[in-house]
Design a binder for this molecule. Sequence first.
Ligand code: GDP
Length: 445
Amino acid sequence: MKSENIAAISTALSASGVAVIRISGDSPLDIAEKMFTPIGSTGVKDFEPYKLYVGEICADGFTDFGMCVYFKGPKSFTGEDVVEFHCHGGVAITKGILKKILSLGARLATNGEFTKRAFMNGKLSLSSAEGLIDMINSESVSGVKAGYYLYREKLTDEINALQDIITDTIAQIDCDMDFPEEDLERSSTEAVTRDLKTVIDRIDALIKTYRTGRTLKNGVSVGIVGKPNTGKSSLLNALLSYEKAIVSDVAGTTRDIVEGNIEIKGVRFNFSDTAGIRESDDKIEALGVGLSKKILAESDLILFVLDGSDINEQDQVIYDLVKDKNLIVALNKTDKCSVKDDRADIYVSALKNENVEQLKDLIYDRTVGAGVDLNGDFLCEERHYDALIRAKEKLVSALNAVGVVTLDVLAIDVKDGWDALGEISGRTATEDIINNIFAKFCVGK
Ligand code: GDP
């Protein structure tokens, strides 16, 4: 089938050491020949694949000096012939080279079109493509690891293995329907039960990893609450190790949510410091209080700050609002008081930076979990989780129907379970699912 040449700048558009512009399609080498003059005697059409050649890149109105490499399909990222220009990483340089390529007949690639072609050509599964985008978008080590698990097809391998078991189950049922003798029916019923249980157990094992996997991918949101002046902004600064929140001793200074993030043991934590929750006529303060309540609802963890030198019934009002959440109570200002409080989980001084590292450890343990091995395999995509839940529902329904309905009726649920699993790898994904996934990519990937 004919495949149009598509092109895009594959690196970020900014001043940088090197940039890459990529062409994929039936004849990228024809385009390269018209705009690249190699140093040395090998002409562009005779380029050895996977080898970098140095030369002049003739762009739109200027020339750059760089390199050209040819990847011969199907051994290329997209599975098609691919040519890359490696040029100096300037905005005008890269745009000028791309413009030249487009003037020679290539079309500008759409978002994720290179990866979509790779998927269509069987170079990677749908979940692998999703892992790739997760890795690219990740700002934490754990996010990269979660994406890499998908990208390297580990989830797809497991899904394929489960689908293979189900395929055997369906074959067993078909065979039984063709030769419906008593003994055969009993033996196939046993086999079907055993196989369904195996697949359901393995789906359950995957589902169990989702909560942690999602945390590793998206990070953990921590809302800092407490009455005004307890030291929330100061504690946020101490956690972030830089001055971001406005610190002041006038009650109600932190009017807007101040956000910041850090990595603790490779996991990203997003902190939001809010205005104190209290009754107030002040409109901006009131808005801040509104936002606090939003954070209360949306945070994975609430960090409630008490001022050890000023504990009163207002704290109890806030405590009652948060006590049923995943909560850490930090009693602050230990440098100026030595009061103990039954509600406190940890005693800190934001001002003197005392116990702040221990607070970070506690935050990690209460969210990610103390014993979690980040090198394990985790489900991190909601789409995969949803498909597994649906697959499990169908298979459980089939299992419960064994011995109750005839095998051919039961086979309908089994087949639906197989289809739901196939959405993950892309074997049964609809055009809509596929398009949605690739729309999330940037142009050039
Ligand atoms: P917020 O309104 O809860 O965000 O409180 P701030 O962070 O603005 O702090 C209010 C006041 O308490 C400021 O004057 C801070 O310098 C002071 N403060 C914050 N943390 C501590 C601490 O650990 N010890 C002492 N002595 N003062 C602190």
